[in-house]
Design a protein around this ligand. Structure first.
Ligand code: F6R
Length: 366
């Protein structure tokens, strides 16, 4: 049932190209110019009435929600807040009938996420669920559902469910944008074309996994490391750090690169591994200057950037390249080397990759 792979996690990482294709599926019109969400009950007037969006989720799904926030705000110009469900529930969030609450849950059974959904409905908000399980509690109770067609995810560490959630957010943000007219039709078509290329680009990254494996074997001996990035690269850094902690038990922190000098830089000393995501073009120079700050303190830096980026290559100890895409879509590529990194680091440490200590696949208690 592992289809020749040693672990479910590795199998699921390799299933991502298919998960992307299945999640896009019939949601892109045959001419490739628009998003079609037959399953949504939202009329144009319903979409125009949305004043704010709250995205609520836990763990990895929360990290997908951080990308969702950036993408919806950029494309649809609707204000979005993303919260961890266990915090959202107890902070008396301002939920009005013109709020759209999006809950994100692979299993559709996470207790805090379900409770947040119920609270949102009690306040009269419309609830959209992004979930991987048809017929789950979250799917049954939400007003609208976008199913991520990632297929069953067995490994405790979420991989293909996360990336399918990203695809769902890209499609939904484009749907909002085309309905509201906030993005020109040609730009929507160009973004959909770039989305369609992602599955093949993930294949290219997977084909280069030996380089990540070799690096993972080196960092497996460390107890602390750092992920840095700005903007969407920071959102991906958070997910990379969670994945590494979860299955390799190596302590790591993800930091917004510009925030380092406000405290964390004190922890950087000779030989500390730093994984720097430097993909977002408009923030690139700023991130490179943060890389120089950690290099000056002796950090050993792996830079993740677009293929052929010479400036990044000059600033770091080694690089791992991802294929060129739109910056907005880059998280769906840049997270893949980080998934592989945590997998191989866990393996090198002799851990039970698919069943990390203290964790359960579905958290149905608070
Ligand atoms: C991490 C992981 C967890 C889940 C979280 C939410 O790899 O899997 O952080 O993302 O427990 O679970 P769902 O998405 O089922 O609500």
């Amino acid at each position: 049932e592992k289809a020749g792979f040693d672990h479910f996690m590795l199998k699921e990482i390799h299933e991502q190209p298919k998960a992307y294709r299945d999640t896009m599926g019939s949601r892109i019109s045959p001419d490739g110019r628009s998003v079609v969400f037959n399953e949504l009950h939202m009329t144009t007037d319903d979409v125009k009435a949305i004043r704010r969006i709250h995205i609520v989720a836990c763990g990895t799904a929360y990290h997908a929600g951080l990308v969702g926030k950036a993408v919806i705000e950029k494309l649809a110009r609707i204000p979005v807040e993303t919260d961890v469900a266990s915090e959202y529930r107890y902070r008396s969030p301002i939920i009005t009938p013109d709020t759209l609450v999006i809950v994100v849950s692979q299993s559709g059974e996470t207790a805090d996420t379900l409770a947040a959904l119920r609270e949102a409905k009690r306040c009269g908000a419309r609830v959209l669920a992004i979930t991987n399980v048809v017929g789950s509690s979250v799917a049954r109770e939400a007003d609208d559902v976008i199913v991520t067609w990632a297929g069953p995810e067995i490994a405790v560490a979420s991989t293909k469910a996360y990336t399918s959630q990203l695809i769902a957010f890209y499609l939904f943000a484009l749907f909002l944008a085309q309905t509201l007219g906030t993005v020109p039709a040609d730009e929507i078509a160009a973004t959909l074309a770039a989305l369609n290329k992602l599955p093949e680009q993930v294949e290219d990254i997977l084909a280069a996994k030996d380089a990540i494996k070799a690096y993972a074997e080196q960092i497996a001996a460390h107890e602390d490391l750092f992920f840095i990035g700005r903007g969407l690269d920071y959102a991906v850094a958070l997910e990379g750090s969670l994945k590494l902690k979860e299955i390799s038990y190596i302590h790591s922190e993800a930091y917004a690169a510009g925030e380092l000098k406000h405290g964390t830089l004190a922890l950087i000393e000779e030989g500390v591994p730093v994984i720097a995501l430097a993909i977002q073009t408009d923030l690139f120079e700023k991130t490179v200057s943060n890389i120089k700050e950690v290099k000056a303190r002796g950090a050993n830096v792996l830079g993740i950037g677009y293929a052929g980026d010479e400036e990044l290559q000059k600033s770091v100890d080694r690089t791992f390249a991802i294929p060129k895409t739109l910056d907005l879509l880059a998280p769906a590529l840049s997270v893949v080397p980080l998934q592989l990194l945590s997998y191989y680091a866990s393996l090198a440490r002799g851990n039970d990759v698919d069943k990390p200590r203290n964790l359960a696949k579905s958290v149905t208690v608070e």
